[in-house]
Design a binder for this molecule. Structure first.
Ligand SMILES: Cc1cc2nc3c(=O)[nH]c(=O)nc-3n(C[C@H](O)[C@H](O)[C@H](O)COP(=O)(O)O)c2cc1C
Length: 480
């Protein structure tokens, strides 16, 4: 069995800590899923504590802390302006930051970096996946005595961890070799619970116990644990935390999307989480539209009929931006370049044939002409928009309209190039368009690793989602 050690703030700053881990229901750490929208939704439905997805220490140490006045959030962003961790006041007393680390100094440095923005800090010692263990993180920590004082027996190990002063230990009741669909070892969690005096948080009950809210308590009693942490059952429907019974998935998804839009959640995380909620339904027309979406706007407009909500929030954010005195002119810090062919275009998915994108058209044309298109994208941090320049045969092309995602910006650049070269771009309105392209979305490359789905560190996670037919069910996904 393996677990997560929690270095509670109390342990680090004696007078501030308020969070305790007794008698709590907890949203478990889940890569891609446990971003701000899911955490807020879980709190709305009654979770007491919410964990972020595992974030790797080295990546966090590259981040700077930024107050985002437009979203009212605190963001930790990489030098490349990627948001790695976003949090807000509402969750401040409830959110536990989970890190992946194999080095005490780095772990401490990350702890110091985030300690004033979170309620607790968790070191992941549970992830059995290779990407984690080969870096000496996750479950690898369990076999490095010098790092966590391993003893032969799990109970003795937990006792020794307890003596380090951690506030609580979460135990996922499975061995390193077992997979999430194997029965959870309640007896082992119980033995651990009885052996130590700090709170034990039982994890691993989604598959066998937590079909509805009452299952959380059954799992707690069966394991004699202080608290229960829920991962998959909450991912499938976060209203599992509600004492009033579960809410329809349709409503839950809408609520989730609202948070995702309000807090500008990365669309890949939004899409992944919604696909996990849809489970067996990703092959339905809506599931397919969701999988094809390349932005939160597309998720709202194509798959959920929530375009007007998206637009309303976008307008609000624009107004806020303006009231903060940030003008469009100030924002447009992208250098004008006379050598670049520019025009004001935007890629609108529904205007194109299902399997065709401007990028794929350009790619195909380039292959035929023995050319190689190269894309360079810049991100404007203040409004989080992207602008891409494509170079073909030493000529640069770009759209003057900045877009919501790198992918959309690249498509727009491809459109400018195709139009300048008078090449069909795959639009439905193009007469006699007979181009047939295999759908070849960058997303598919990004999302193409089912193996890591049950515990994937954030650095890799945006590159490893996959929603193909064979991953239409979470259980299959986790089992792979
Ligand atoms: C999509 C997904 C991502 C996960 N990511 C993490 C993670 O980042 N850190 C971690 O410690 N465990 C992670 N886990 C493991 C869960 O926190 C939990 O221990 C496991 O799923 C068993 O609990 P359950 O039966 O309630 O699902 C992940 C699980 C899932 C399903």
């Amino acid at each position: 069995c393996f677990g997560n050690a929690r270095l509670h703030k109390e342990g680090m700053i004696e007078t501030i800590g308020k969070l305790t881990y007794r008698n709590k229901t907890i949203l478990a750490p889940m890569v891609q899923v446990g971003t701000l929208p899911m955490r807020l939704l879980a709190l709305d439905y009654g979770a007491d504590i919410v964990y972020c997805e595992e974030l790797i220490d080295m990546l966090m140490l590259k981040c700077k802390r930024v107050i985002n006045k437009i979203l009212d959030t605190v963001d930790y962003i990489t030098p490349g302006e990627r948001v790695i961790f976003r949090t807000c006041d509402r969750e401040k007393d409830h959110v536990v930051f989970q890190m992946g680390s194999s080095d005490a100094d780095r772990a401490l440095a990350v702890g110091k970096l985030v300690e004033n923005d979170v309620a607790g800090i968790d070191v992941n010692m549970g992830c059995p996946k290779e990407f984690s263990t080969k870096g000496g993180m996750g479950a690898a920590l369990l076999s490095q005595p010098e790092k966590i004082e391993l003893l032969e027996e799990t109970v003795n190990l937990v006792k020794r961890i307890e003596r380090t002063g951690v506030a609580a230990i979460a135990v996922h009741g499975r061995t390193k070799e077992e997979r999430p669909q194997h029965p959870v070892h309640c007896d082992i969690i119980r033995a651990i619970s009885e052996a130590v005096s700090i709170p034990i948080i039982a994890s691993g009950g989604s598959y066998n116990y937590i079909k509805e809210h009452s299952g959380i308590e059954t799992f707690r009693q069966t394991t004699s644990a202080s608290s229960v942490m829920v991962a998959r059952a909450a991912m499938w429907n976060p209203s599992i935390f509600s004492k009033d019974g579960t809410v329809s998935l349709e409503k839950v998804m809408q609520e989730y999307i609202k948070y995702a839009v309000k807090f500008d959640n990365h669309y890949a995380s939004t899409k992944y989480t919604l696909c996990m909620m849809l489970r067996g339904q990703v092959e339905t027309p809506r599931g397919k539209k969701l999988c094809a979406a390349l932005s939160n706007l597309e998720i709202c407009s194509e798959a959920f009929e929530m375009k007007s909500f998206y637009e309303e929030i976008a307008t609000l954010l624009e107004t806020k931006k303006a009231s903060l005195g940030v003008t469009e002119k100030e924002l447009d810090d992208h250098v004008e370049d006379p050598d670049v062919i520019q025009s004001a275009v935007r890629f609108i998915r529904r205007e194109y044939q299902a399997n065709i994108t401007p990028k794929s058209c350009l790619h195909e044309w380039c292959i035929k002409n023995h050319l190689q298109p190269t894309y360079e994208t810049v991100h404007r941090p203040r409004d989080r928009l992207f602008c891409s320049t494509v170079t073909v045969a030493n000529q640069k092309y770009r759209s003057s309209i900045w877009d919501k995602s790198k992918k959309l910006a690249e498509q727009a650049a491809a459109i400018v190039c195709l139009r300048a070269l008078d090449i069909p771009e795959g639009k439905l309105s193009e007469e006699g368009n007979t181009l047939v392209h295999k759908r070849k979305r960058e997303d598919k490359e990004i999302l193409n690793n089912t193996e890591n789905g049950d515990c994937l560190p954030a650095e890799a996670s945006h590159k490893k989602l996959h929603f193909s037919q064979d991953v239409s069910d979470t259980d299959a996904f986790l089992a792979s």
